[in-house]
Design a protein around this ligand. Structure first.
Ligand SMILES: [Fe+2]
Length: 285
C-alpha cells in the first residue's frame, strides 16, 4: 500500500523504506491510532513526521506508543556536538546495543535546532538487504553466526580486533528473525561485529566485507537530511543507522527518546569502566 489513514493520521510510503505521517504529535493518539501507529512503524520500519514542536516529554509519549521508554537519567535525551558521548564523531553503521543482551527496540530523534540541509543521519535496511542477498552469499552465511563485541570506537569497523575487547561478546545468526515481524534480517553491523563465529579469520573477514558492501549499498540506504521540526522514529533492529563526520556543523541538536526496557549501563554495568564521562552511562552505542 502506498498511502493510508489511521484515525486522524494520514501517511504515505517513502522509498526504499519508511512512511511519512501528517499529524501534530502534541495531540495524544487514541487506542486505535496507537495500535495502527505501532503497526505502521514495524511494517515500514521508519516513520517521519515533519513540522513538529515537541518537548522531551511529548516525544517520549510518541516513542511510548511503540514500547517502554527510557526516562530521566536512564536515557540520553539529546545528541549534539557537545553531548559528552558521541560529540562530533562519525558513527559507523550499527543498531544500538546490538552487542548487548537486549538491543533497543526503537529510537527517535527530533530536530530541535539544526543547521538545515547541512547534516544528516543515514539508515540501512537489514530486511531489504536479506531479501536481496545474492544466492552465493546466502549459501555462505546460512546457519552461521557472527560475533558481536563491545565497540572500542563508535566510528570504525570492529573487524579483526579479537582479544582487545572487553570480555562481553556474543554470537548471533547472520540471518536472524525479527522478534516482532519474524522477517529475516541480515543482522551484522560494522560497528559491533568483529568476526564470524566459525571458520578462519581471513575467510570471515572477506565474507563480512562482502556482506557490508551489500547491506550498505545505495539501494538499501536512506539518508535523512535534517530540517528543524523533523521527527523520526525507527525500528532499531530492522534498520541500522550511522552518520558522517559532523565536525564544525552548528547547531546540531537532536532530541532523543529510546524505546527499551533496560539502558546500556543497566545491561552491562562495566561497559564504561575506563572510558569517558559519567554521562556516557546513558548512551546508546
Ligand atoms: Fe546509535
Amino acid at each position: 500500500m502506498d498511502e493510508g489513514r489511521i484515525g486522524r493520521l494520514a501517511w504515505r510510503r517513502l522509498e526504499p523504506f519508511g512512511a511519512e505521517v501528517d499529524f501534530d504529535f502534541r495531540q495524544p493518539l487514541d487506542a486505535v491510532e496507537r495500535a495502527g501507529f505501532r503497526a505502521l512503524l514495524f511494517a515500514r520500519r521508519m516513520i517521519l513526521a515533519r513540522g513538529q514542536a515537541l518537548s522531551l516529554a511529548q516525544q517520549q509519549q510518541v516513542a511510548g506508543y511503540i514500547g517502554p521508554v527510557l526516562r530521566g537519567a536512564r536515557g540520553l535525551a539529546e545528541i549534539s556536538p557537545k553531548d559528552g558521548i558521541l560529540n562530533e564523531a562519525p558513527l559507523a553503521w550499527h543498531s544500538d546495543l546490538a552487542f548487548a543482551p537486549e538491543p533497543f527496540t526503537a529510537l527517535s530523534l527530533h530536530a530541535v535546532d539544526v543547521a538545515e540541509g547541512r547534516t544528516s543521519t543515514r539508515f540501512a535496511d537489514s530486511v531489504l538487504a536479506a531479501a536481496t542477498l545474492p544466492p552465493q552469499l546466502r549459501a555462505k552465511v546460512e546457519g552461521r553466526e557472527a560475533v558481536f563485541v563491545q565497540p572500542l570506537s563508535p566510528s570504525t569497523r570492529q573487524i579483526d580486533v579479537q582479544g582487545r575487547h572487553a570480555p562481553v561478546a556474543r554470537a548471533l545468526p547472520v540471518l536472524m528473525s525479527h522478534p516482532v515481524t519474524n522477517e529475516v534480517m541480515l543482522f551484522v553491523n560494522e560497528q559491533h561485529v568483529d568476526r564470524m563465529a566459525d571458520g578462519g579469520l581471513a575467510e570471515g573477514h572477506a565474507l563480512l566485507s562482502a556482506l557490508f558492501d551489500h547491506l550498505y549499498a545505495p539501494a538499501h540506504v536512506l539518508e535523512h537530511v535534517w530540517r528543524n521540526g523533523d521527527l523520526i522514529l525507527w525500528d532499531n533492529l530492522a534498520l541500522q543507522h550511522g552518520r558522517p563526520d559532523v565536525a564544525g556543523i552548528r547547531p546540531r541538536r537532536l532530541q532523543r527518546a529510546s524505546v527499551a526496557r533496560r539502558s546500556l549501563a543497566e545491561q552491562i554495568p562495566d561497559f564504561f569502566k575506563g572510558r569517558q564521562a559519567p554521562a556516557a552511562a546513558q548512551a546508546g552505542y
